[in-house]
Design a protein around this ligand. Sequence first.
Ligand code: PEP
Ligand code: MG
Length: 829
Amino acid sequence: MGLIITSPVRGWATTLDDVPDPVFAQRMMGDGVAIQPLGDTVVAPFDGEVVTLHDAGHAISLRSAEGAEILIHIGLDTVMLKGEGFTPLVAIGDAVSRGDPLIRFDIDLVALAATSLITPVIVTNAEAFTIGRRTTGAGVGACEALMTLVPVQADARRRRDDGTVVEQAVTLSLPHGIHARPAAQIGEAARGFEAEVHLVKGDKRGDARSTVALLALGTAFGDEIIVQARGDDAEAALAAIVALLATDMGEARPAAARPPAAASAAPLRAGQIGGVIASPGLAMGPAAWLRQADIAVAREGGGADEEKAALIAARSEVRAAIAARADAAGGGVASVMQAHLALIDDPELIAAAEKRIANGHSAGFAWRGAIHDQIDAIRATGNAHLIERINDLVDIERQMLAVLTGKPLDGANIAAGAIVVTEDLLPSQLVALAAQSPAGICLRRGGPTSHVAILCAGMGLPAIVATGDALDAVDDGAPLLLDAELGHVTLAPSAADTDAFTARLAKRDARRAAAQAVANDACRSADGTRIEIFANVGSVEEAQSASAQGAEGSGLVRSEFLFLDRETAPSEDEQHAAYQGIADALAGQPVIVRLLDIGGDKPAAYIAIDTEENPALGQRGIRVALARPELLETQLRAILRVEPAGQCKIMIPMVVSVDELRQVRALVERLRGEMGIAASVEVGVMVETPAAAMTADLLAVEADFLSIGTNDLTQYVLAMDRGNPAVAAGVDAMHPAVLRMIGETCRLAAVHGRWVGVCGGLASDPAALPILVGLGVTELSAVPGFVAEAKQIVRGLSLPETQAHAALALQCKSAAEVRALARAFEETR
Ligand code: PEP
Ligand code: MG
């Protein structure tokens, strides 16, 4: 029966890996548990004596009667507070009993001033005790069991020690000498033997089991070190440590991984065209050009009755085709289809077309005229936000004319497995194309975070955009290798290219199959850190598909898909039915509904927004919702009605200040009261602006969680419009500036113990996951099709290695360098 160490403070117990300070995370002071405190008093974890009490009052150590030594360090970097906020209640040498108060601290003051409130509880004499059981990933009360210590049987070791010392010299090949990580590895190896092992450099000698002692040797690359061992298995211990020191102990990997300054994202060879990854993946197939030609129609008709009948017949054929596509696709796609159905039956359009038919025009000519009158009227308003509506009108014109003229629509004959090559696509065109099962998409224009890109990613359709004019060199039917992992397309591939690509495809398929087989298992990193893998959804169907892929919840319900492409806002009942359906599909798991995110690149015709010179910097997200409280209240009611209460959390888009959060929170609380909802409802914020990232600590005081929208954060950090093809090549969330914002958000939110997720496109980028985890992100909300794979990637990572990798990424000078680094990281796995 070991010695029980009880928790010195009420809070959330977690592993030392979660402590954002390598001294603790890498066990340089010893092993233990960290607590995210909820209480304000540190109490004695056992009966014993106070051994040290720092002058700043932030750290205390105690020794138990059995000799166990425990250090309790309240918060990180709290020594800097010079005692402010801490009230010691004992003195060095005092005898204390379990539960006696030791230090009281001002939790708010310390939380605001410290790097983090997280409180490591460390066993500092690890050579004498090992940790048996420990509590992590759970709430603990003060005086509840935290760890069990088991004494190490030192006597047995000494008994067999005949005093002989064996030694051997080695020249250090570690590029940075023995720093924290190699020291930890040496310590771990040494602990596997009974023998005492020491490392000697000059006149300094350090116990190999003690990281601190090894660091104190102050070694550097090329130093000569003597390894000494003494004890029963001294020879074996010596051989093991010498062998370890002869390797680079994994140190060469990051050094080699460090890209040359001018490394590009994916160096292009002759015969390759570079583009921007809009939806990651690989595809191989013949090019299928989609040249979007105007459809010629005869001006004169064959008589009013005949043309009217033709118009009615064409409308019903197009209506049926759209409805079938909506049924087959579901999701955000269905809402686009709904908009098209509304246009087919639009009374104004029909009346205008019939008037032209009465004047002798053909049904096709009349329909085109009616549509163009509408487009002209919209253009005359000067409202740039209505541009999507014009696209829908053009789309419906094409579909009707194709039926009326009997000519197939561009793209109607795309063969399954082809790679569609074209100028740009409308969301609706993509949906129509998807029905023909192309293998991939390659656009001359477009943006990586446009809605077409989001739809492609949702469908698992690899896509690159913004290739520029180079795409003209592609011949119809020519074989293509579309690499939407590295961002290029290969023309006229050699047999060797094709073989290598086929092998990558096979490897990817095997990886996917393996991931799918364990899709429903909870996601933890290799060293046990819990990382939640959620999915972004826009509909009940997507939520069902996400659940089948193993999603552990939804980190982003894009509620605006309910609001776009329609004449009026959806009613409370309609919204409620959609949110309830999503919650049911994800049975009992967290569902984070983002409040209406209208404006910018997502206009809604019925929400009038004056023409703006810079829509991305104007009426967007929560600004629009707060300016229209009736819309916001209806949506909140619809969310709050979802059962079980509390399953749906609320997330606020485009936040720039705490005040916006307060306004929404106040509204939520009022409605909860009016609706008699007892369960509390979490309200979190999206971090999509530099303002939110840099004030994440202020937001974290009041927000229940933070979720980073990397699509918008990237456009605002880099000052590059996410939909502008001219700058698309630069809109990469792997830019170190964006990564630093993410890292800073995690660091600042951790001060208040809030979790940070990523729901932007970066969470669906396999290359980014190790960096995001290393930066402190604990929830990733990806496109449904990537969920199982994301889980599998995270399972292969260990937190310390991701932290080292992320630290290197932050030092890169460009997104291209970060991507090269990420590739090198992947290749070593
Ligand atoms: C984002 O900005 O990253 C995000 C998730 O929101 P959206 O792409 O819908 O603007
Ligand atoms: Mg956004």
